[in-house]
Write a protein that binds this ligand. Sequence first.
Ligand code: BV8
Length: 233
Amino acid sequence: MILSSIVILTGAGISKESGLDTFRDKNGIWAKVDHRELATPEGFEHDPARVHAFYNQRRRQLRDVQPNAAHHALARLEGAYKGALLLVTQNVDDLHESAGSRKLIHMHGELNAGLCGACGQRCRWKSDMSTHSQCPSCRTVGRMRPDIVWFGEMPYQMDRIYRALGQAELFIAIGTSGNVYPAAQFVEEAAHAGARTVEINLDASENTSHFDEVIRGPATQAVPDFVERLLGA
Ligand code: BV8
């Protein structure tokens, strides 16, 4: 049997049960702060110290959280699945790689990475960052920023993602509200290419109606069940 190629998109909901906040749930991150002040280049330009503090707090939090059963199930799927598989995450946490996922794209960047505004080099960054931080490549001081894709910026590896969506026979979206573009459009790209589309989410998302199958429930239960179903097929 020709094994299908799978594209998986995850959002903040897959990390919720590991203790990380989502964005648009009632007590989500954007309910407390305005994303235009903290997750845009203009916001960083206007008050870099405040934006650094926001990301430093979230980067520090990664030391205290662990991947959950949903992250581990996706890593297991990658290891056991003989067909092509690509995991695209909107999340900036490191829980997928901690669970063992390797065929992974962080389309919105990563908390554990820095980007130099002077030389454009990206680097691993696990400690606090400030307006006094120095770029390890060009040594410039004061031009480091979190390697996070902010609103109005182009997400990473879009060509590779669209190529995978164009060849997908199965597209699964997990823990995302379908509010943010271009990620929210991936289900339509995959469907257009003939993929079967499945949404695994706690609540209805903005684009639930685009999916062939909808599985309602917490990721730590629904994702391992779905992976067993897929591997057992
Ligand atoms: C771009 C980094 C173009 C920051 C993020 C009007 C219409 C259409 C588009 C736009 C528009 N105006 C502006 C735009 C473009 C904009 C956009 O989409 N805005 C939205 C608000 C309308 N998009 C952009 O700017 C993007 N770039 O378009 O560039 C371009 C073109 C050419 C040249 C240059 C540029 C860039 C967007 C990236 C922004 N950065 N993150 C940070 O993390 O600090 S976005 C941010 O939202 C996060 O990355 C997050 O991942 C993403 C999406 O959120 P979700 O992951 O879905 O999380 P959310 O809380 O929303 O939902 C969680 C879900 O989980 C819920 O449904 C809940 O029910 C579920 N859940 C909860 N618990 C569980 C669960 N599910 C299962 N189990 C559980 N236990």
